[in-house]
Design a protein around this ligand. Sequence first.
Ligand SMILES: Cc1ncc(COP(=O)(O)O)c(C=O)c1O
Length: 396
Amino acid sequence: MANGVPQIQYYEHELDIRRVIEQSDLQSLDRALNICDLSSLERKLRLWHKLLPRIKPHYAVKCNDDPVVVKFMADLGTGFDCASKNELKMVLGFGVSPERIIFAHPCRPVSHLKFAKEQKVVNGTVDNEYEVYKLLKHYPSSNLILRFKSEAKKALCPLGDKYGCDAEADAPALMLLAKALDLKVTGTSFHVGSGCSEHEAYDRALEKAENIFKVGELIGHDMDLLDIGGGFPGNDDAMFEKIAENVNTAVELRFPDERIRIISEPGRFFMAAACTLVCKIHAKREIRNKAGRIDTLMYYINDGIYGFLASTFYFPVVVTPETYLDEDEPLPKFKSVIWGPSCDGQDRISEELFLPNLNRGDLIGFRNVGAYTKPLAKPFNGFDVPETRFFRAKSL
Ligand SMILES: Cc1ncc(COP(=O)(O)O)c(C=O)c1O
């Protein structure tokens, strides 16, 4: 850390988590260690450009708002999806021009809208008539991007109950209302749900988007922005490939006009695989059966659902812990449960799983914890949130 700015440490080829652990003296650290590999973001961006060349990613800041991450993405040249005044402030503060930002929240406080107007962040989503009237009063020169609902059948975090108008029943009426009020609808957006595992979901949504474009043009709006939202998996490149294929085919068929700009709002895609959390066991209990034999081993570690493992509680994410024992031979495994450090009985990180017999001071790691972890982490019960250290490859 120099002048409060975390240092980035450079590595050759591949980031070796065991090596980082060896060099980190974790025994003297009370806090868990979050190891963030910034080069993972660069690799993801390359993969994105390769598989979805027509679609410009706008990184969803909500997914991980660590200033080091946000600045890194800004330097890589992505666009941004901001949902609040503070997210806008952070991104603009890193020198990102307002045209690179979409204010992708359909229900915003007036003060946030006023800030967007002052800063000339002109593109924003909207999904209901109250918000249309709010824009008429507070930001009538903005571009309205109509968000409609189109859910995947399977997603870790569905969003359709909360946001998005009905593409058939509501969208035409909202576009007519905007026209009557002399407001501009310039595009449409959707979000299939975060952590989508149904690749056909995008095709269904793009069919609805095509209809909205057609109706919008008929009403007299100049439609030129399609926003396909987020939902892309962060640690399943095979599923991402299938989604990309589905999106490319649908886009070619439904939006062949290259003048239409297509953007997206990926968060999890970039962040999930970038971070590995290394926790230390500080307490252990044995649960015995009636015969007095050990039934389950319980471990208490220095981070949990109020920290970087929040996603195990909020989303049905199953974490697969790894251990860093030095044995050459495979060790016998025991039924085990891992708990977070707080006094809350819900602060349970794993269901029953099988692990070697671990001891106080041993380390347990969790990969793929970069998405929706840092912004949710709180020092509940007085337990510190993990410390993050940043790493980057010398060359990709
Ligand atoms: C409007 C909006 N855009 C983008 C995202 C990011 O989604 P994901 O992390 O699934 O890519 C979210 C997540 O909730 C969202 O609500």
